[in-house]
Design a binder for this molecule. Structure first.
Ligand SMILES: Cc1cc2nc3c(=O)[nH]c(=O)nc-3n(C[C@H](O)[C@H](O)[C@H](O)COP(=O)(O)OP(=O)(O)OC[C@H]3O[C@@H](n4cnc5c(N)ncnc54)[C@H](O)[C@@H]3O)c2cc1C
Length: 404
């Protein structure tokens, strides 16, 4: 048994703490905020067994031109935001080429397919069944060409990864989801994915389970992590090992320990809207670069990616997404005065960083889950905990790849 500090109480940190505790270690989580209040609060709430390929950068000439000219709403950027992360973005583009993307998908798909079975015992033990729906998630297709592409993707995902999907025509979609007001060409119902009506609440419930099982959560700043003899110390806590699970803040911490982490920070926004009869499932409308999710607080409309240093007060992507959502559903006023914003912590090779930090005794990394950290927390936590207990870990995920 070891004493272990876990820095960060998002989905990744809390899942790490639970996995280590399960193996008999004495674990302290440190966060300057309450559990699940940052990126793990603001996501679309999907636990995505269908997301077997990591999100590649669109490289078709037409798509690139649209992004460069600032048209479209999938990727927005500005010069300071791009300059801050230019090398990481270029590497991300290189890794989005078909051969590299296929290699990443081979690893990523294996992680993703374990996600619901890893969440299941935690949801049950945390008593969080009331905020989990096991009814899948829907992607709309507005044109026959997009529907054909969706059909091909569904067949490929079924053959290569065993993903379940039901293809619906416009009429079948409206039977399943009467809240959709307009006729679209069709939809994919990814039927074995789950979704959550309160993502921050799920992390908080996992954190409460960790405390109930004897774990300690310290409200403090992990930024002063340092060594004292053989121990790691952060705020008032001390441990033989420390795990950096600070999501988008991880590179800042690790730069101090000689590990340069090239992260792409994809900012997203969301806002809730009042809705009398919300949809039964989350519904993605990629033509409008958005996902709508029925949440406890209202219908959450979440946007795609923005590369920017500072968030915008009136984000054009959210404005556009809201217009698209109003076309689809009868929605009312916004719930909050201002939108939420946060950054997806994306690695240029699209794989999370999980394992021992090179040249630092007993320092471990666990971050960089990009678009699917809410899904993957308990999966990669198990891989890390096993490696910390002497297992081999997964070579493709190890931090030493960042040194090459
Ligand atoms: C708009 C949007 C939609 C998304 N939708 C989905 C989805 O549907 N499904 C999915 O799987 N994923 C989704 N994601 C991605 C997912 O939310 C992230 O990958 C995941 O939440 C990352 O979790 P984390 O624990 O690494 O980071 P975080 O949740 O950000 O946790 C990091 C923690 O570190 C703490 N911290 C930072 N610095 C310090 C410090 N100095 N001292 C103490 N504590 C500190 C923070 O307070 C925070 O609690 C989405 C992301 C966005 C932005």
């Amino acid at each position: 048994m070891a004493e272990i500090l876990v820095l960060g109480a998002g989905m990744i940190g809390v899942s790490t703490a639970l996995a280590l505790q399960e193996r008999g270690h004495e674990v302290t989580i440190i966060d300057r905020n309450a559990p699940g209040r940052e990126t793990s609060y603001g996501n679309a709430g999907l636990i995505q067994t269908e997301a077997v390929e990591p999100y590649a950068m669109p490289l078709a000439p037409g798509a690139l031109l649209q992004i460069a000219l600032g048209r479209g709403y999938d990727v927005k950027w500005n010069i300071p935001g791009l300059l801050d992360q230019a090398w990481a973005v270029l590497a991300y583009a290189r890794n989005s080429l078909p051969a590299a993307h296929k290699r990443a998908s081979h690893v990523w798909g294996k992680l993703i397919r374990q996600s619901t079975e890893r969440h299941a015992p935690l949801v049950a033990a945390a008593g969080a069944d009331n905020i989990i729906r096991r009814n899948g998630y829907i992607e709309l297709h507005r044109t026959p060409a997009l529907m054909d592409k969706a059909l091909a993707a569904a067949e490929r995902f079924k053959t290569e990864f065993g993903v379940e999907a039901v293809l619906l025509d416009g009429k079948q979609l409206r039977t399943l989801e009467p809240s959709v007001k307009i006729e679209v060409t069709g939809a994919t119902h990814w039927s074995d994915s789950w979704n959550c009506s309160d993502p921050g609440g799920l992390v908080a419930a996992y954190a409460a389970l960790f405390q109930k099982r004897g774990g300690r959560i310290l409200n403090g700043d992990a930024g002063d992590l340092h060594r004292k003899g053989a121990a790691w110390v952060a705020d008032e806590a001390e441990g033989e090992h420390a795990v950096v699970a600070l999501g988008p803040w991880s590179p800042m911490m690790l730069a101090r320990y000689g590990l340069k982490v090239p992260m792409v920070y994809k900012r997203g926004y969301h806002r809730h809207y009042h809705m009398e009869t919300p949809p039964h499932h989350p519904i993605a409308d990629f033509a409008n670069s958005m996902v709508t999710s029925p949440m406890r607080r209202g219908l959450r409309i979440a946007t795609a990616a923005e590369l920017t240093r500072h968030p915008r007060l009136v984000p054009p992507q959210l404005k556009h997404a809201e217009e698209g959502a109003r076309e689809l559903f009868d929605i009312g006023d916004p719930v909050e005065a201002e939108p939420w914003t946060g950054r997806r912590p994306c690695m240029p090779d699209m794989l999370p960083v999980v394992g021992r930090v090179p040249e630092q005794p007993n320092l471990w990394a666990h971050f960089g889950h990009g678009h699917q950290g809410f899904t993957l927390g308990p999966v990669t936590a198990e891989i890390l905990a096993d490696e910390m207990d002497g297992g081999e870990g997964w070579a493709a995920l190890k931090p030493d790849r960042l040194k090459r």
